[in-house]
Design a protein around this ligand. Sequence first.
Ligand code: SF4
Length: 159
Amino acid sequence: MGLESRLESPFLTTTVDAVINWGRKYSLWPMPFGTACCAIEFMGVVSNRYDVSRFGAELVRFSPRQADLLLVMGTITQKMAPVLKQIYDQMPDPKWVVSMGACASSGGFYDNYSVVQGIDELIPVDVYVAGCPPRPENVIGAIVKIQEKISREKAADWR
Ligand code: SF4
């Protein structure tokens, strides 16, 4: 029986999904895309005070090829928009996106022609984090929400 047909078997699919999702949710590789003050707040998230390694997401990567969790934090200008899109495209599947703060999620108070009014105009977003800036606890809460989402995913969907 090949891997494809095993993944379509209801019993084995559940078992394989559970193992794969368990591994994925506790070994997230975040890539910070920081352009403004929210990125400074993210330093608190990865510091020893908040200790994001408790959630398996402490190995911050600065290459999209090595990351599966894109954290967008800060104002995204129209000039920066193609860069963000390209970085998202360079990340291998499966991948997830967190929009951290008012600026990334809606443009914030930069309601003008030069600022993207929410990164979901460019890339799909899995979790939005409210705040200006959000507290580190809220960012960790977003990571937990991503983990919950991963738990519900099926390996076959990523083929
Ligand atoms: S949401 Fe607030 S803290 Fe975050 S980048 Fe925008 S202005 Fe700065």
